[in-house]
Design a protein around this ligand. Structure first.
Ligand SMILES: C[S@@+](CC[C@H](N)C(=O)[O-])C[C@H]1O[C@@H](n2cnc3c(N)ncnc32)[C@H](O)[C@@H]1O
Length: 366
């Protein structure tokens, strides 16, 4: 039995986790869920694949339930304690001391205090995880709890490197590498040809290449294409990957002129309109969304030309936070007319842009 701790957008993290489980054939069977964790049965290969998740933080092997389970934990000289579902330092100290007492029967044991009542992956890695253990308590609403040990963490340093160490960076223009990873999982496509037709400086392409997928990208702007190529060359050197990407100058409305391939999955964040200076009114948001939709309509006509039947598109549409703080989210009935089916929609807030990403998971009908 395992548990997964979801990251800062749990709804998106949950959708990604189940998509990832189907993508890698992990036979995940959920047993219990709270707002930031899921407990499940699955194949042990979840441990090997876990590094490819973007929206989760930790994978936990569940040892048992309540204080009883503490004696079944494996010994560690140095450890920390993470509580989920309770924000209580007194309880943290009490459970930590119980674990320590138990470990002391085997050898010397010490535990350290994380910044919150739970440790974050970066803290754990810096302290020496996995030799340094993270003992986890998952609290249910009724106060009962599960006990486990963290066996994998997603690596924030790798994601950071993909972002800030590459030769070309454009913080305003590009999608966070973590989100690119989430979007690739949302396709549920494990093998096959992947395309990003608005590749910009190549963040999504970096993820395709890193995962060893046959990778294709395009952008209308030749400068961006040159920059994406430089970033991919850097990635291949730094991460020692043999795989590469074919990147073309191409208008996303004319893809079949540039690619003879047929793709299994398209993952992209397109042009989302001009950056906003303030939250728009409802009327302004509707106007912007309608104007952009004319463009997206021709883009989807073009995607239909190069996507295989039953192929997947993970596409960021804009949604808007309005002046009254409510959210305007458009319905796009025209997708159905073009032969697409929307399988899921997830919001992700982008602080810097005042814009909300409305991530659509879409299938081209067979
Ligand atoms: C939001 S950026 C994509 C960022 C990219 N996902 C990344 O993280 O690096 C949008 C890109 O779309 C390109 N673009 C705009 N209109 C286009 C069109 N009609 N066809 C192809 N690319 C276009 C722009 O040149 C820009 O690089």
């Amino acid at each position: 039995m395992y548990g997964v701790i979801l990251g800062k957008n749990p709804e998106l993290g949950r959708a990604e986790f189940f998509a990832f489980a189907r993508r890698f054939g992990l036979k995940v069977r959920p047993l219990e869920e709270s707002n930031n964790w899921i407990v499940f049965e699955s194949k042990p290969s979840v441990e090997r694949h876990f590094r490819w998740l973007g929206g989760s933080l930790k994978l936990i092997r569940i040892v048992g339930e309540s204080e009883e389970a503490i004696k079944d934990l494996e010994y560690a000289r140095l450890f920390t304690v993470s509580l989920y579902g309770r924000d209580d330092w007194k309880l943290w100290r009490k459970l930590g001391s119980e674990v320590k007492r138990n470990f002391k029967e085997t050898g010397p044991a010490k535990f350290f205090k994380p910044a919150k009542v739970y440790s974050m992956p970066a803290e754990l890695i810096l302290k020496g995880f996995p030799e340094v253990k993270d003992i986890v308590f998952l609290f249910r609403n009724d106060g009962s709890f599960l006990v486990g040990e963290t066996v994998r963490v997603t690596d924030p340093f790798e994601l950071k490197k993909l972002d800030v160490e590459r030769p070309v960076q454009r913080p305003i223009l590009s999608i966070p590498p973590r989100l690119a990873r989430v979007m690739v999982n949302l396709t549920e496509v494990k093998k096959g040809k992947f395309l990003d037709p608005f590749c910009g400086i190549g963040t999504v392409l970096q993820e395709f290449v890193l995962q060893g997928l046959p990778s294709y990208g395009s952008d209308r702007n030749p400068e961006r294409v040159g920059e994406a190529r430089r970033n991919i060359e850097w990635l291949r050197r730094e991460f020692r990957v043999k795989n590469s990407a074919r990147i073309e100058v191409c208008d996303a409305r004319k893809l079949k002129r540039c690619f003879r391939e047929r793709f299994d999955a398209i993952v992209t964040e397109p042009y989302l309109g001009k950056p906003l200076k303030r939250n728009p009114s409802r009327g302004e948001a509707i106007k912007m969304a309608n104007e952009l939709d004319r463009f997206y309509y021709s883009v989807f006509e073009s995607l239909a030309d190069v996507l295989k039947r039953n192929g997947r598109v993970v596409f960021v549409f804009p949604a808007y936070r309005l002046r009254d703080e409510s959210i305007y989210r458009k319905e796009r009935g025209w997708l159905g007319k073009l032969g697409f089916e929307v399988l899921g929609r997830y919001l992700d807030y982008e602080e810097r842009h005042r814009l909300i990403r409305d991530i659509h998971v879409i299938k081209k009908r067979g």
